[in-house]
Design a protein around this ligand. Structure first.
Ligand SMILES: NC(=O)c1ccc[n+]([C@@H]2O[C@H](COP(=O)([O-])OP(=O)(O)OC[C@H]3O[C@@H](n4cnc5c(N)ncnc54)[C@H](OP(=O)(O)O)[C@@H]3O)[C@@H](O)[C@H]2O)c1
Length: 350
């Protein structure tokens, strides 16, 4: 069945909303029947604890809860970091075309000797590639030297003009991009598709558009105690969209490690502030993708088994009042953050 005829047949099905059909196809990897798509479970689920945490996406795909981030991981560092992470037990790597390191990430995966089939690989479509989705995934697959990625994300809801990154296309937006990304499902090149940096209003626009036939499996957003975004998390949960926490340690030179509440909880538990931050992220139902190029830190960030945070400790960390945002939108041609959480934390402050 062609993609167009698939869409046309789906449009005749009674719908709860315009975009009620679950993202697909981790297990089947190809479109085989209409009922198969519709029977996909919309609910996301969490199982296991610590490094064994697994998130079941709305496709049925099972994503490891702890991954290695690679933003700002430089050439000559990231290959080794990916290898070290996989040897330490990580089975989830997060990269992006925009990071300029997909080739080394791919080499690190090969160096580790861990079979590709055991590793969850996420990469992202870069903003200037929104009109070239098919070329974007092909470029990433070539650089990563792999046949498929487990998760392909629209990096930002911003369709930048390649020749002038300060300009947004007049005749294209993220809804058009999603329409093109949906066409990748069933090609075997992507097993799940999702978005990143989507706030509630943009998700609402996307889900309500008639062209949206697949609910994003994941929304990867900035999440840490100084940017907890509970409303967005709740919204995504209701829509069956799993949230991955980026900058989960507070990113480079994080002020979080000096937070007194966090420090006292970490000290009492005999853990590092970073380990506590990762556990907090997992226990609130988000996957975490800490970045490090330092072997000892990569290993320490994966020591999350045999302990957990109490409800009281979770509450204390969730109540840290300070707000800061690592990734703002001033560099983009369109605004993508609108202080929808109402906590004034949308301006980047470090
Ligand atoms: N979708 C998006 O738009 C988006 C945006 C931002 C990030 N991301 C993804 O999310 C990942 C994580 O976010 P992030 O890179 O912003 O920051 P992060 O993971 O919150 O923090 C990384 C920083 O923490 C340091 N660090 C790591 N483990 C540590 C430890 N145990 N003790 C002390 N310091 C430690 C790292 O230093 P060393 O490396 O020097 O060890 C690095 O400076 C990224 O790498 C990327 O994959 C996605």
């Amino acid at each position: 069945m062609s993609f167009l005829s698939l869409l046309s047949s789906l449009s005749r099905i009674p719908r709860v909303s315009s975009c009620n059909i679950a993202n697909s196809f981790q297990s089947s990897r190809s479109i085989t029947s209409k009922s198969q798509i519709i029977s996909r479970n919309m609910a996301t689920a969490q199982s296991g604890k610590g490094t064994k945490t697994v998130f079941t996406l709305n496709t049925g795909a099972k994503m490891p809860g702890v991954g290695l981030g690679t933003w700002q991981s430089k050439p000559n560092e990231v290959r080794e970091a990916v290898k070290n992470a996989l040897l330490a037990g990580y089975r989830h790597i997060d990269t992006a075309l925009a990071y300029g390191n997909e080739s080394e990430v791919g080499q690190g995966i090969k160096d580790s000797g861990v079979p590709r089939s055991e590793i969850w690989v996420t990469t992202k479509l870069d903003n200037p590639w929104h009109k070239r989705v098919s070329e974007g995934i092909d470029s990433s697959l070539k650089s990563l030297d792999t046949d498929y990625v487990d998760l392909y994300l629209m990096h930002w809801p911003s369709s930048s003009v390649p020749e002038d990154l300060k300009k947004h296309y007049d005749d294209w937006n993220f809804i058009d991009t999603w329409r093109e990304m949906q066409k990748l499902v069933g090609t075997g090149k992507v097993r799940n598709i999702g978005v990143s940096n989507f706030v509630m209003s943009n998700l609402e626009k996307l889900l309500n558009d008639p062209s949206c036939k697949i609910v994003p499996a994941v929304n990867q957003i900035e999440l840490h105690p100084n940017m907890p975004s509970p409303k967005t998390l709740q919204y995504c949960k209701e829509k069956g969209i799993h949230c991955t926490a980026y900058s989960c340690l507070g990113s480079t030179d994080s002020p979080l490690s000096k937070d007194k509440t966090l420090q006292s909880i970490a000290e009492a538990k005999g853990k590092s502030p970073q380990q506590v931050l990762l556990m907090w992220g997992l226990q609130r139902g988000t996957s975490v993708i800490p970045k490090s190029v330092t072997k000892s830190r990569i290993e320490a960030n994966f020591q999350l088994d045999g302990w957990e945070l109490t409800a009281d400790e979770m509450q204390k960390i969730s109540s840290i009042p300070d707000r800061f945002k690592v990734c703002g939108d001033a560099w983009l041609p369109v605004k993508v953050f609108f202080n929808e959480e109402g906590d004034g934390g949308d301006a980047p402050s470090h």
